[in-house]
Design a protein around this ligand. Structure first.
Ligand SMILES: Cc1ncc(COP(=O)(O)O)c(C=O)c1O
Length: 404
């Protein structure tokens, strides 16, 4: 198979994995500036601007901690800041990333209780309610849920889970991983009563990998003052103290922060409701194409379909990675691989971030061409079904679309 490092392909690569996503030119240009003194006055202006405006994206008025780290770091930070060794945490087996977060919790000395799942749907609010209602001693200290399971393309109903926790009158902290949903799928840190929201830079925020986030409620901050897990780099208190003047206690990722400033300009200029509507439209068009090809969507509950990505099941006897290789080799497009127990069984189409109708049509065309080249049994014409939907959606838009 050709490796891209030594090959030349005309035109732009199609990076249609569900993150990292395509980085807009204005963000790339913003990153491409001289690195400045992170203790100087110019930096503080940047720091204060970002720390203020990033809160809009989380739909919160509370502080957002920014780390130079991938999303895994922010997972660890959420737990290490708020919990103590031996604490029980309730987690839901929604897919590969939920299982990784559970493993991380175990490694930190926490005791996860796992609600089993089939990797085709989100966390079950009723099961969460039942478990918390049974926990009369309040031994469970946190409920940790992945909003958008990037391995399956199924979302969890975060507001309903909040209600389930409240119905059980349970005081557990509520932590939500929005690594592949923030700035793509509607998410409301304050309104939905989330205590720690975990996020990363490389998906809906349209940045390269390297930044991650904890949005923190007053309840989580109070818990952090009692929590006994060891923490140093991740400790919120020192960072929040330095952030008050626009700085960080250690060296921040200066150039990625320039990029974040430009990404915030772009997102807030488009308007979050329009960003969400755009993602919903592209996800619906993709699902229609998949059905048009007579292939099956992995997510089994339409109420939990992801607007960031669609995981597509391969017909029996066909390997998803062989198909992905054909697409990369012939069409210079990267599609997402199946992770852990889904390896070879699904491929994932990322339709999040800096993405528009024509990029979507190019992506879906690439999939349909690839299905033909790889001799995967399918019905032709899914691309046309998606196109018809986009035309109809534009004729009756749900939100004002600036590109219309
Ligand atoms: C939902 C989710 N959680 C956590 C992670 C881990 O983040 P990272 O790979 O940036 O450390 C990912 C990565 O794709 C993810 O999609």
């Amino acid at each position: 198979m050709t490796t891209r490092l030594n090959s030349h392909f005309a035109g732009r690569h199609f990076l249609q994995i569900p993150g990292p996503t395509n980085v807009p030119d204005r963000v790339l240009r913003a990153i491409d500036q001289p690195t400045i003194d992170h203790r100087g006055p110019e930096f503080a202006v940047l720091g204060l601007d970002i720390l203020d405006r990033i809160r809009t994206v989380f739909q919160t008025t509370q502080p957002v901690v920014i780390y130079a780290a991938s999303g895994t770091g922010a997972w660890e930070a959420a737990l290490a800041n708020t919990l103590s060794p031996g604490d029980r945490v309730l987690m839901a087996e929604t897919g590969h990333f939920a299982m990784l977060w559970k493993r991380l919790a175990e490694r930190l000395g926490l005791v996860p209780e796992l609600l089993p799942g089939d990797w085709r749907r989100g966390a079950d609010p009723e099961a969460i309610h039942a478990t918390l209602a049974d926990d009369r001693a309040h031994a469970i200290k946190a409920v940790c849920i992945v909003h958008n399971e990037t391995s399956t393309g199924a979302t969890s109903r975060i507001a309903e889970i909040r209600k389930a926790i409240d119905r059980a009158s349970h005081p557990a902290l509520y932590m939500v991983d929005t690594i592949s949903s923030l700035a793509s799928i509607d998410y409301r840190h304050d309104e939905w009563g989330v205590d720690v929201t975990v996020a990363g830079s490389q998906k809906g925020l349209m940045l390269p990998p390297g930044l991650s986030f904890n949005a923190v409620s007053a309840k989580a901050l109070a818990a952090s003052r009692q929590a006994k897990l060891p923490r140093s780099y991740w400790a919120w208190d020192e960072i929040l103290e330095a952030n008050r003047k626009g700085y960080w206690p250690s060296t921040p990722a200066t150039n990625l922060l320039y990029g974040l400033q430009a990404a915030l300009d772009q997102l807030l200029d488009e308007g979050l409701p329009n960003v969400f509507a755009r993602h919903d439209r592209h996800a619906e068009a993709t699902r229609r194409a998949v059905r048009g090809w007579n292939l099956e969507i992995l997510c089994a509950n339409p109420a939990e379909y992801s607007s960031s990505l669609t995981a597509v099941m391969m017909p029996p006897g066909h390997d998803a990675d062989a198909f992905r290789s054909v697409v990369l080799q012939h069409l210079d497009m990267s599609l997402g691989t199946g992770l852990s127990k889904l390896a070879g069984k699904v491929f994932r189409i990322g339709h999040l971030g800096d993405f528009n109708d024509l990029m979507l049509m190019g992506t879906l065309s690439g999939v349909e061409i690839g299905l033909g080249l790889a001799n995967v049994p399918h019905r032709r014409g899914g691309v046309q079904v998606a196109l018809d939907y986009l035309v109809a959606a534009r004729a009756a838009p749900k939100a004002i679309d600036r590109a219309a």
